[in-house]
Design a protein around this ligand. Structure first.
Ligand code: SF4
Length: 257
């Protein structure tokens, strides 16, 4: 095939060489020729670097797609039956193949929100046992600043916003309950505060309240920092006066084995 310029020609030739191994492998499978013979050919230098590179790329692609399909199947079963085998392995693999799983779901006409919701549920399920075992005084709560009243008088500081219990929103009630149990309570303007306070106070467990993608990030961060976490989703998202279920937060806070 002829391409417009020399450089383009080189790029397309290289791409052709990358695809070529697939056809060679398929041909050999079709003709039932031995893999050993193929390996001998590679080792004897009979194949160019680009062909070997092509085989490596194809092998890695096949492994990635297979892993993504395994993750997707596990998540579908979890979503349907509520059960999952090797949840921690699935979560690790899901992190590595998330974009591929998203592409497969998009091909099936399913939006990425489905994946995020299932991953949050899975992380909550995995974390709940150790979360319940943790004393209230070893736990922290992070809520987003968007749940405050728009005329909130709280001042911002190194440890986030300081609620003065003015009564304009339900944060005061939530904080009162959290304080009573012994939780460390933070109104976080962003994820950097969550990281900073987790490093400073080293809680063993934590609750995060936020929108879908904030909670996904929060649970991933807590997992990396070895904190057993629970994520609670906002009922309405946005930048100001978002809503949440106070009852759900209270129930999550009181979980104790
Ligand atoms: S109760 Fe707290 S968070 Fe809510 S508006 Fe008043 S000071 Fe702000």
């Amino acid at each position: 095939m002829e391409y417009p310029t020399n450089k383009l020609n080189m790029v397309f030739e290289f791409a052709e060489n990358l695809i070529q191994p697939l056809f060679i492998v398929l041909k050999r499978m079709y003709c039932r020729l031995g893999w050993l013979e193929m390996l001998e050919e590679i080792l004897s230098g009979g194949w160019s670097i680009s062909i070997i590179l092509g085989i490596i790329v194809l092998t890695l692609t096949a492994i990635t797609v297979f892993t993504a399909l395994f993750v997707l199947a596990s998540l579908l079963i979890f979503n349907w039956k509520g059960k999952i085998i090797f949840p921690r392995i699935v979560l690790t693999l899901a992190g590595a193949t998330e974009s591929v799983v998203e592409s497969i779901l998009a091909f099936m006409g399913v939006g990425s929100e489905w994946l995020v919701k299932v991953l949050i549920r899975l992380r909550n399920t995995v974390g709940i046992r150790n979360f319940k075992k943790t004393e209230f005084t070893d736990r922290a709560i992070f809520v987003p600043q968007c749940i405050r009243h728009k005329d909130c008088p709280a001042a911002s500081g190194y440890e986030g916003l300081h609620c003065v219990s003015c009564g304009r929103c339900s944060v005061a009630e939530l904080k009162k309950d959290a304080d009573k149990l012994g939780y460390k309570f933070f109104i976080a303007p962003g994820s950097s505060l969550v990281k900073r306070m987790t490093k400073k106070y080293s809680p063993h467990a934590a609750i995060g309240l936020g929108c879908l993608f904030e909670i996904k990030e929060f649970l991933e961060l807590m997992s990396k920092m070895k904190v057993d976490a629970q994520g609670v989703l906002l009922e309405t998202s946005g930048c100001v006066e978002t809503t949440y279920s106070l009852e759900k937060m209270r129930r999550t806070m009181r979980q104790h084995a």
